[in-house]
Design a protein around this ligand. Structure first.
Ligand code: TLP
Length: 359
């Protein structure tokens, strides 16, 4: 079986999840009558310290429903230029909601400083698209799973309040941030208006995300969810796995973080790898190859060795640890990387430079 480090989205549901799914009490969620979904929404509202929460099919649907619930057509979404919403959500907020993306430079450590956001807020004028919502991401996918600190969130929350703007947090991996820092979700969510959290990444549920926020916001997001075709009826079978994910799968994320740290420090020692191992603080390792080594060729050659990673583009590669990956898998993956790089890197050729040098 391949060692699949492409993403934590490849995680399979645990046996306890499958049991809970089989036993789940269900009802029609569009009528608000699915008891398992209602329980999951109440639990996430409580953990995030928000009035209410809404179960949605995916992180993408959660972010899109949130943005469309916060902002009006022609308004700007102020977001990081390395953010998932900007790169990987098919431009949905723009295509379906008429919102305008205003990307702001993100530092390598995943932080979009409050000052950079302040500079992006356009003044009110007839010829300018006004800001409608600020988006943050934590942990930061394309920035090596970096954790943005609660202090940085507080500064942005203050800026947003002063400008009467909502802040939406793409917290697809907020549980990873919480476990890495030893802080509750509220350390971050208290500073934002709304948050989207994924159950289907490191928490290993098969499907689902939740959006949480103020009651009126959640009511609008619920309407958008219906508009997007996301009213899922007896989806309590999915929510049942989500409840197990929240009860049993959060603390074990520490294991994924330890595996990622180990993998990052091993990779950093390989000739041909460019990586600051201190960056790997959660479950994502982003690295590059030395000049002259082709990233796509490396990914393909590694696949032949039974190890899967992904190419983020611009010479950046990503390996993600998760519920399906053990410490032994990481050891085998590192050995495969070493073999692959050795094949790609020409060693000293006998009888030429090195031999000449000895003479
Ligand atoms: N990310 C996936 C892929 O889309 C690349 C991954 O493998 O990392 N926000 C963030 C920060 C995410 O990383 C993702 C998924 C989403 C939102 C979207 O979630 P889904 O896939 O459930 O729509």
């Amino acid at each position: 079986m391949a060692i699949d480090l492409r993403s934590d989205t490849v995680t399979l549901p645990s046996p306890r999840m499958r049991e809970a799914m089989a036993r789940a009490e269900v009802g029609d969620d569009v009528f608000g009558e699915d008891p398992t979904i209602n329980a999951l929404e109440a639990l996430v509202a409580e953990r995030t310290g928000k009035d209410a929460a809404l179960f949605v099919a995916s992180g993408t649907m959660g972010n899109l429903s949130s943005l469309l619930a916060h902002a009006q057509r022609g308004q700007e979404v102020i977001l990081g230029d390395e953010s998932h919403i900007y790169h990987y959500e098919a431009g949905g907020a723009s295509a379906l909601g008429g919102l305008v993306f205003h990307p702001v430079a993100t530092r390598d450590d995943g932080v979009m400083p409050a000052a950079a956001i302040a500079a992006a807020l356009r003044p009110r004028a007839d010829w300018l698209a006004p800001p409608g919502v600020i988006c943050l991401e934590n942990t930061h996918n394309r920035c090596s799973g970096a954790v943005m600190s609660p202090d940085d969130f507080a500064a942005i929350g203050e800026l947003a309040r002063a400008n009467r703007l909502p802040v939406h947090l793409d917290g697809a991996r907020l549980f990873n941030a919480s476990v890495a820092m030893g802080l509750p979700l509220r350390a971050w969510t208290d500073h934002v208006t709304s948050v989207q959290v994924c159950l289907s990444k490191g928490l290993a549920a098969p499907v689902g995300s939740l959006v949480a926020g103020p009651r009126d916001f959640v009511a609008r997001a619920r309407r958008v969810r219906k508009m997007l075709g996301g009213g899922m009826r007896q989806a309590g079978v999915l929510a049942a796995a989500g409840l197990v994910a929240l009860e049993e799968m959060v603390d074990r994320l520490a294991e994924d973080h330890a595996n990622a740290r180990w993998l990052a420090s091993g990779l950093a020692r390989l000739p041909g790898v460019v990586l600051d191992a201190n960056r790997a603080v959660t479950n994502i390792v982003v690295f590059g190859l030395a000049a002259g080594l082709d990233s796509a060729a490396f990914v393909n050659a590694l696949r032949q060795e039974g190890v899967l990673i992904i190419d983020l583009g611009r010479g950046r590669l990503r390996a993600v640890t998760h519920y399906g990956i053990t410490a032994d898998d990481c050891r085998a993956a590192l050995a495969a990387c070493e073999r692959t790089l050795a094949r790609m890197t020409p060693g000293p050729r006998l009888g030429t430079e090195s031999a000449n040098h000895v003479r």
